[in-house]
Design a protein around this ligand. Sequence first.
Ligand code: GDG
Length: 738
Amino acid sequence: MSLSLRFILPLILALAAIAYGVVPLVDQLTLRWFVRDLDIRSELVSNSMQEPLQEHLKVGQKKKTELYFARLIQDERLFGVGFCPEGGGALIATKAFPADIRCDGLDRFVDPAARLLRSEQGPLHVALRTIEQEGQVLGKLVLVHDMRFIQLRSEETRQYVFYFFIALGLVVSLITVVIAQLSWRGWIHGMRALLRGEGLLREPGTAAAAPEFAPIARDLRVLIREMEAEYRPRDEGQLTWTPEALRAILHGELRGEDVLVVSNREPYIHVRRGVDIEVQRPASGLVTALEPIMRACSGTWIAHGSGSADREVVDGNDRVAVPPEKPAYHIRRVWLTQEEEAGYYLGFANEGLWPLCHIAHVRPTFRGSDWQQYVAVNRKFAQAVVAEAKKPNPIVLVQDYHLALLPRMIREQLPEAIIITFWHIPWPNPEVFSICPWRKDILEGMLGSSILGFHTQFHCNNFVDTVDRVLEARVNREDFTVSYGGKLTAVKRYPISIDWPPGAELTAQSVELCRSAVRSRHAMGPEHLIGVGLDRLDYTKGVLERFHAIERLFELEPSWIGRFSFVQLAAPTRASIGEYQQYEAQVRALAARINERFGRDGYQPIILRIENLPPQELYAYYRAADLCFVSSLHDGMNLVAKEFVASRDDDRGVLILSQFAGAASEMPEALIVNPYDSDECAAALHLALSMPAAEQRDRMRLMRGLVAEFNVYRWAGRMLLDAAGMRRRGKVQERKTT
Ligand code: GDG
C-alpha cells in the first residue's frame, strides 16, 4: 500500500464518520437538550407571569397586558407571548406573534413532539400554560421561544466536532503511517528472506523462518517439493537421455558452466611407435563412462599424462584437443615423476585402497612413503584444477580413489566450486576401512565434496557408517547428508552406465558375421558354442573362479566338452605390481591346466587373449557369444555386463553375473551367481548353454530396456542436475548473506 493511501485512508474514514455518524448524533442530542431546556424555561417564565397576568386580566386591561407581554419579549430568546382567553376571546399577543398559532388550534401543541414549529421567522418552540384563578380557568398562555440560537450553537458545536475529528484523523493517520512503515518494513524483510529461501532449507546452520512466517514457509516448502517432483520425472523419466539432452541440460540448467573432470587415467594416451605417434584408448570403466560425457559438454579433463609421447603433442599449457579425429574437448595433462607414480598410483591407490575397498582377499599394503606421494600428487592435481578453472565457481567432477584428498584441497582454494566426487569402486564396512592408517585424512578429503556419489545404496550406507565411526561429524540418515566442519556433503547413489545406443561402428557387423569370424579365428565348428569374459586382468574380477566354474561344468556335464569354448579377453593392467604379475601367471597356468585336461585335437576349452583390444573387436566377441560370464569377487558396477547387453540387438545371449557386482542389483534378469561357488556357477553355465531362444529373448529385452533407460548420459545428467540444484540453492544462500 502506498504511503499516501495509508495516510489518506484514516482521514477519509474520519470525514465519513463525521458526515454520517457524529454530526447527526450531535444535532439530535443538542436539540433534545435545548428543547428540554426551553420546556423548563417556559415553565419558569409562566410561573413568574401567573400573578401579574391574573391582575391584568381581572381589570380587563388588554392594553396593559400587551405592554406587559412586550416587556417580556425583550428577553432575546423569547420570541413572542400570547394569551387565549377561555371561552373563545380574541388573542392578546405581542407584535410579531406567529400568525400560524391561533387560539382555536392550540391543542396540537400539547404533544411534546409538536412543540417545535417551523415558521417563516425560523424554528420556534411553543409552550402552553393554563392560567387559573381560584380554580377558574382564565385562558391559555402561549410562550414562543426563538430557537435560532440553538441552530447557531448547533452549528458551532458541529464546527468544533468537525475540527476535533479532523485533528483526530490526522493523528491516527500519522500513527498508522509510522506503525505501518515499521511493520511493513519488517514484513517485507521477513517475506524477502523467506523468498530467498531462508528458513526454507533444513540445513544445519540455516536460520528458521520467523514464527509468523512459519505457515507461509510451510506452504512454500510444499510447493517447491511439488515443483521438484514435477520437474524430476520430466527430466529423468520422460527425457530420452542422449548427448544432446545432456548438452541441453548443461546449457539450460548450468548455462554453460565451467565443467572440469579430474581423474588419474586419461581418455587418450599418445604413445611413440618408431617415427609414428599412436593414440591408445585405455581399458577402463571410468574412461568408458566419462568420455561420451566430455564429448557432449566440451569441458576440460585433467589427468595424468602417462603416454610416452604425451608431452610431444600438448601445447604450452599442457593441453591437447581430443578425440584426435574430431576434437570436442581438451585434456590437461599433469606430469608425475616415476617416484610419484610409484608411490601415489601403484603404491597407495592400487596396493592400499584398491584391495582395501574390494575385500578380495588380497592384503592391502600401506606404506608411509606411498602416502607422502599420494598427498603430494593430489596437491598437484588441485593446482591444475585451480589453474584450469575459468571462474571461481566451476563444477568439478573428481573421479575415484586416486584423488580422495582432492575435494578438500580444491575447496580450500575455490570455496565456491561445486565438487562432485564419484567413487567408482565399492566402499567397505567401517571395520575394514579402519585398517587404513590415514582413514581420517581420506574421509576429511572426500568430505570437501558437495556431492559424493557411489554406484549402490549399499556403498552409500557403508560410507556414512564409516564417517559416523571415524569422524566427529553430524550424519543425517534421513536425507543422507554429512555435516563436517560446517560443510555439508550429500551422499548419493548414481549407478553408472554406458553409452546408449552403442556407437554404430560397434554394431555395424551382423551377429552372424561376428560369430563366423570368431569361430573361424579360433578354429571352431559351425555349431560350436561360445562363452566370453572380458576384463582388465585384475584379481577382483574373479577370472580364476570363472575358470574353476568352467572346469566344474565339464566335470558335471561332460557333454559340453568339445562343443563349448570360453574366450577370455584380458587387458593387462598395473603390470608392475607383484600381485598382478602373480595373478596373470595364475590365470595363464589355470587356463593351460584346464585346456590340458579337457582339450583335444584342435579343441581348446579356454582361449586366453591377454592384450589390449580395440572396442570394435571387443564388441565382435560380445555379439558372437552365446553367453557372457562376469564373475567379479567385488565390483563397484561392472560395465562389461552392460556392454554385453547393449551389443545384443538380436535379443540373444545369456548374461551370468556375480552377485557381488553392483550391476546385479540393476539386472536381476541375468543368471545371478556366487563366484566362490563353482557348482552354482557350473549350473548357471549349463543353464545358459541350454536356454531356449524365447527365454533368452525375454531376459535380454528386459536388460536392454534397463540399460537404454539408465544410460551413462542419465548418470552424468543426474549428477549435473543435482549440481545445478546446489548452485541455485547456493545463490539463495548468497543472497541471504548480502
Ligand atoms: C571401475 C570399477 C566400475 C576391457 N578390456 C579392454 C577394454 N575394456 C573395457 C571394457 C569396460 C571397461 O574396460 C571395464 O569396465 P569395468 O566396469 O569392469 O571397470 P573397471 O576398470 O574395474 O572400473 C567398476 C567402473 O569403474 C565404472 O565406474 O563399473 O566397478 O571397478 O568398458 O570394455 N577396453 C579396451 N580394450 C580392452 O582390451 N579398449
